[in-house]
Design a protein around this ligand. Structure first.
Ligand SMILES: [Zn+2]
Length: 477
């Protein structure tokens, strides 16, 4: 019989993976009873250290994590004892083996194994709130939770991407990506306990960690779901975002292709936000990773939308090479992730010709920029361009209305097509020497890009995220 099962419950599952990583097993199913003893001693020691830590210490930051997940538990209660000896039995009891004859046996809420232990909601994150993932059946005194699942539910913060007030867990079709996500988070948790949240690089997000985990784990198809939540006494929330199944293949394509990698780095750099001292306040790499996730409530920023914003920016300062890289990234995403097959060249040529041959190309480009994403405005602009070029005695075959239709009809992916069209027109104009952006490329940015372009696109977090951790490991040993 297995002592630990990774179930379909996202929080239990993340905790089971964390317990496996802490026990140095490559899968939760390989965690033995002796491993559970080891993990429970580690959990107990860490919980006690956090619960009795002085304010402002790294360990106190870990207490904030526990408080965000289990706000009414013995470990986090405001009236808890500051004496570890008083607190120890309460914490040890959380992870103690089931005693035979301790009470009626019931199936575990998560894995259905028989257990006599019943837990109240205070030990279970996100239970019995308005955003609850589970509700208690009538007549049951609490949730039956077996030892493996009790340990998993408290190993959860190690396997989740935690902040001082929230946690994010991953479920994924690919077990190795789940393990990788848990492994990196366990290391990050150790880092928080050692140096607090201020010891971590600023502005990074779990989405980037998911991309690195996917990139390391799989090149194939794999859907992922990120569950972010806060178990606050006042305002608990749960946010669910997903990536499409083709994302790992897209990441592999980007990583293996220099212009695409450059496009990704440019996008990331454009999303960096700096604080007053010039340090990074928001990591562009993390923000770019976020664009690959779609929120269940529809409130997310799509990657193509952001690329359009970057390419259509009238003050943008992209060299031809950089614009080509960004445009190629947009087309690759549309093809690989949405399965779009597009040949926009004839229509793009029509618009580029019309802009380039105007007495004021700048004015016509501004007009196109305004019309680019609207089906109606783009339709009128195409009629205008087509007629104008015909009247001017255009020598070559012009793209006729049958080619514009998919772009200006209300049909799936027409919006994406209009963005790709703009991308292609902008690159054509720049190749012909028509000024598209407002400024010359900044040489300093050029150097930053050059440095980044030689690195894998989804790995730059590794260096700064985990530096110093090995020292910590040695110190502890
Ligand atoms: Zn269980």
């Amino acid at each position: 019989m297995t002592s630990l099962v990774a179930t379909g419950h996202p929080l239990q599952r993340a905790g089971a993976w964390a317990a496996a990583v802490i026990a140095e097993r490559d899968d939760p199913s390989r965690v033995s009873v002796a491993d559970l003893d080891t993990v429970s001693s580690i959990l107990t020691a860490d919980v006690l250290a956090a619960a009795t830590a002085p304010k402002g210490s790294g360990r106190y930051d870990w207490w904030k994590v526990l408080f965000a997940l289990y706000p009414n538990s013995k470990a986090t209660h405001s009236k808890r004892s500051s004496d570890p000896d008083v607190l120890t039995p309460d914490i040890e009891r959380l992870f103690a083996p089931d005693l035979p004859g301790a009470g009626p046996m019931r199936p575990c809420t998560f894995c259905a194994a028989g257990t006599a232990v019943v837990w109240a909601k205070s030990n279970l994150p996100l239970f019995d709130t308005s955003k609850a993932l589970n509700t208690l059946p009538p007549g049951v005194p609490g949730w039956p939770v077996c030892r493996g699942c009790r340990i998993a539910m408290w190993a959860l913060p190690y396997g989740a991407w935690v902040t001082a007030g929230s946690a994010t867990v991953l479920s994924c079709e690919d077990r190795s990506a789940e393990r990788e996500f848990a492994r990196r988070n366990v290391r990050r948790a150790r880092r928080v306990m050692q140096a607090g949240f201020t010891g971590l690089p600023a502005g990074t997000r779990p989405e980037f960690l998911v991309l690195t985990a996917l990139r390391d784990a799989t090149d194939g198809l794999c859907a992922t779901t990120l569950w972010s939540f806060k178990n606050d006494n006042q305002e608990p929330w749960l946010r669910v975002t997903r990536t499409r199944r083709a994302i790992p293949a897209f990441l592999a394509t980007v990583d293996g292709n220099a212009p695409l990698r450059r496009g990704w780095q440019l996008l990331s750099l454009s999303l960096n936000r700096y604080d007053d001292e010039g340090g990074i306040a928001t990591s562009g790499a993390s923000e770019a990773a976020r664009l690959l996730f779609e929120a269940e409530d529809g409130r997310s920023r799509p990657l193509l939308g952001q690329l359009h914003r970057v390419l259509a920016d009238a003050d943008g300062a992209w060299s031809v090479t950089d614009r080509e890289a960004l445009v190629r990234l947009a087309f690759t995403y549309a093809e690989e992730v949405f399965g779009m097959e597009t040949d926009l060249e004839p229509v793009a040529t029509l618009i580029a010709d019309w802009i380039a041959r105007g007495t004021s190309p700048r004015g016509r480009l501004a007009e196109y920029r305004r019309a680019a994403l609207s089906d109606y405005l783009l339709g009128s602009l195409l009629v205008q361009a087509y007629t104008r070029l015909q009247l001017d005695g255009n020598k070559t075959q012009l793209a006729g209305p049958e080619l514009w239709k998919p772009l200006i009809r209300r049909q799936p992916r027409a919006w994406e097509q209009r963005m790709l069209l703009f991308a292609q027109v902008s690159v054509m104009l720049q190749q012909r020497g028509v000024p598209v952006g407002g400024k010359e490329p900044d040489p300093q940015q050029e150097r930053a890009i050059q440095q980044l372009a030689d690195q894998p696109a989804f790995a730059q977090i590794r260096g700064d995220e985990y530096d110093g951790y090995h020292d910590y490991e040695t110190e502890q040993a």
